[in-house]
Each structure stands twice: as structure tokens, then as C-alpha cells.
Ligand binder design. Structure first.
Ligand SMILES: [Mn+2]
Length: 285
């Protein structure tokens, strides 16, 4: 049995099929973990979501929610403000079974912890230990599963939430939690999110400490989750990286890079080359 962590699909279905055939994926014994952003921007969002949903219902796959997956929930809930010309969600939104897709998606977690490995879409801020991260993820998962989830999602997108404090309550707290799990790249040692920093990360990424203003979330010396291997996607300009006990799996399939499957048991990376499905904008997400 092999468990493969698969990086951001973003609606690229053909590369997924090539990758599964390359790794000889056998649903009778292998498992797929999708790192989120399975949809949007690429040509086949519906096929990707359908595949992940079916594989999950048959017990072969799990996924965590990414920012683009949240974006679909928000679009369905009626939020129009953040819709973009480059969105490719209309096949899902106009599908007769859109409600099934949406209801399935809002049952998906923000964090998976299984077989001593952890997976999130963007990251876990340095000030949280794993138990805290799991508690905060569960807070959001519970809210998404409530009947009034749509009001919750609309309110999430209402304002920015970039600072964490243990005393935060209500939507400010939940906004920070979601931003950290699904959008974070750079932050400071206290976990204040820095969305203004659009720079490509240095290679190798230097270690950061309490005096560093802005660094990749995983690079802080005092990061509380450093003893757990963490798998994440979301950062295509970081590319394949195995350092700081974290494993970056978004290798830019959408942009003509590669799609990655990282085998948990053998620590091997498998990749396929992808045709370029979208033109990068100034800031990639
Ligand atoms: Mn993302």
C-alpha cells in the first residue's frame, strides 16, 4: 500500500490521469491525499472535483480545502465580489447536481493528521502546536457543516484577518484561522500574515528567528510543529522542496510545470510534465 500526496490540481485533469497511470495507482491498495485547490483556473474543474469526490466516497482519497475550494463555496453562497475572469468554476456552478458537490466539499477538512503525517493546503503558523492547529481546524469544519454555513462563508470573505491572538473571538478569529490554513505564505514569528510580500522564496530558504519580519511560515526556528512532517501545496513558486521537515507539493501544474505525487511510505517524488493551462498573473494564488 502506498499513500500519495498530490499537489494542487487546479482543474488540470489530464495530468492527473497521466500521473495515476505512471504511479500504477491501484485503488484496491493505494490511497491519494489531495493537498487542496483541486479546482479553478484550469480547464477541467468539474472532472477534477468529480474524481476526488468519487474516490473519496469509495475510500481511496482524502483532501484538505484550499483557497480555490473555499472560493467555490463562496461563489455558490452568493459572493460575487471576488469572482475573477480567470475562474473556471461555471461547469460546477451550473451543474444540475451542484448542491451535491457543494455539500460534499463543505464536509472536507482543513487539516489531516494520519500515519504521523500532517497535510494542510497552505501551512500552519509558527506559534501553533499540532493540537492547537487541529482544534482550530475543527472549529472551521464545524461551522462549514452547519445549515447556515453560507452566512459563515460570506462573513469570512468580508474583511482581512491577518493577526493572531489567543484572545481573538468570533469572525476575526475564524478569518485568521482560515487565512493561515489556506492562504498563508509569509508571516512573522508570532504568525502575523504578510500578504504584501509577493517575492519568490530564496533557495535554499534561510532559517528565520524571532527577529525576522517576514519569512516562509515553515522557516521559523521556534515553529511549534517542527517535529511533524507537514505536507502542503499552494506555493507554486516555491516548487518541490523537502526541508525544515515540510514537503511542498505544488509544482506549478497549472502554469506548465509539473504535477507531483509524493509517496509517504517511500519518500519518493513522482512527477509528470503538464501543458500550460493558464498564464501567470502578477501574483499567483
Ligand atoms: Mn492555493
Amino acid at each position: 500500500m502506498t499513500t500519495y500526496v498530490i499537489g494542487d490540481l487546479q482543474g488540470c485533469f489530464e495530468p492527473l490521469e497521466s500521473l495515476l497511470s505512471q504511479i500504477d495507482f491501484d485503488p484496491r491498495q493505494d490511497r491519494l491525499w489531495f493537498a487542496g485547490d483541486v479546482i479553478n483556473r484550469g480547464p477541467d474543474s468539474l472532472a477534477c472535483l468529480d474524481f476526488v469526490k468519487n474516490a473519496s466516497e469509495q475510500g481511496h482519497a482524502r483532501m484538505v480545502l484550499g483557497n480555490h475550494d473555499f472560493h467555490l463555496l463562496a461563489a455558490y453562497a452568493g459572493l460575487t465580489r471576488y469572482q475573477s475572469k480567470t475562474d473556471t468554476l461555471s461547469d460546477i456552478l451550473n451543474h444540475p447536481n451542484v448542491q451535491d458537490y457543494v455539500n460534499w466539499l463543505r464536509q472536507q477538512p482543513l487539516l489531516i493528521h494520519e500515519q504521523s503525517a500532517v497535510m494542510v493546503h497552505a501551512g500552519i503558523p509558527p506559534q501553533w502546536n499540532l493540537d492547537q492547529a487541529k482544534t482550530y481546524a475543527a472549529e472551521i469544519e464545524t461551522a462549514l457543516q452547519r445549515p447556515d454555513w453560507d452566512t459563515f462563508v460570506m462573513a469570512l470573505f468580508d474583511k482581512k484577518g491577518q493577526q493572531w491572538s489567543d484572545n481573538l473571538t468570533g469572525m476575526a478569529r475564524q478569518r485568521y484561522i482560515v487565512n493561515a490554513f489556506v492562504r498563508m505564505r509569509y508571516c512573522d514569528a508570532q504568525g502575523a500574515l504578510d500578504f504584501a510580500n509577493k517575492s519568490a522564496p530564496q533557495h535554499p530558504v534561510p532559517e528565520a528567528d524571532a527577529t525576522t519580519d517576514s519569512a516562509p511560515w515553515f522557516a521559523f526556528k521556534q515553529r511549534q510543529t517542527r517535529n511533524w512532517p507537514i505536507f502542503f501545496g499552494h506555493w507554486s513558486t516555491l516548487g518541490a522542496m523537502d526541508a525544515f521537515n515540510v514537503h511542498a507539493t505544488d509544482t506549478g501544474c497549472l502554469w506548465g510545470g509539473k504535477l507531483t505525487a509524493y509517496a509517504l511510505e517511500t519518500h519518493q517524488r513522482h512527477t509528470v510534465r503538464c501543458p500550460q493551462a493558464a498564464q501567470p498573473k502578477r501574483s499567483r494564488s
